[in-house]
Design a protein around this ligand. Sequence first.
Ligand code: IPE
Ligand code: IPE
Ligand code: MG
Length: 240
Amino acid sequence: MTPPGSIERASVPAHVAIVMDGNGRWAQRQGLPRTEGHGAGEKALVDTTYGALSLGVKTLTVYAFSTENWRRPVDEVRYLMNFNKGLLERRQHELHEQGVRITFSGRREWRVPRGVAKRMDEASELTKKNKKMTLNIAFNYGGRAEIVDAVRAMFRDGLEAKDVDEAAIRRRLYHPELADPDLIVRTSGEYRISNFLLWEMAYSELVFTDVLWPDFRREDLFGAIEEYQRRERRFGGLDK
Ligand code: IPE
Ligand code: IPE
Ligand code: MG
């Protein structure tokens, strides 16, 4: 599907971020194990990525595994680790051909199995020069952990209190080169942020949809962008 004419091309959000939620419920509704829902989310991710590319979105950040998701049963955690590794193996080449740069936000060095981290490095290395769009995968990501890591980096760099300002923190986030998300979408009818992009979301527009992630397609992304375009962003000021 090509993007609908109702989307104003000049004001497409440069950075869209998605909390891909509802995989477990999607599976359970069909009497399947929860892990089947994660598997079915791959199609949603690929279709949404192509939809974002077709609109000229510059950055798509997707929440794939949170620092709190380690609380899940070991079997599900193991499945998710292997699934994300497999997804990179299956998809990195086609994404590369489409001009997509793959990056990761999160604690790569903490608890992530070595084989998974290796695939992450490979995908970043393969695609690092691509310019069309950045697919930033938030993996073993927590918004609070990201801020803690930035503060630790400031201590390591020997900053004094007077040198600590927003720019100093920003520079030490996982991807300081990425603009803040203009639009954050959460699927599955949950109205919360769950530790996603806490620093970066200060002025993001939030769109919530009841669609469960495995059912999400580019049309749903287009719908969220249409809603975004009806919003008036003020950034604390008075005029547009
Ligand atoms: C989102 O789906 C994927 C991850 C958190 C890894 P869930 O697994 O949270 O699905 P629900 O919310 O239980 O339905
Ligand atoms: C957020 O979803 C994390 C991801 C989508 C990876 P969760 O399902 O983990 O969030 P809660 O537990 O419902 O807040
Ligand atoms: Mg969930």
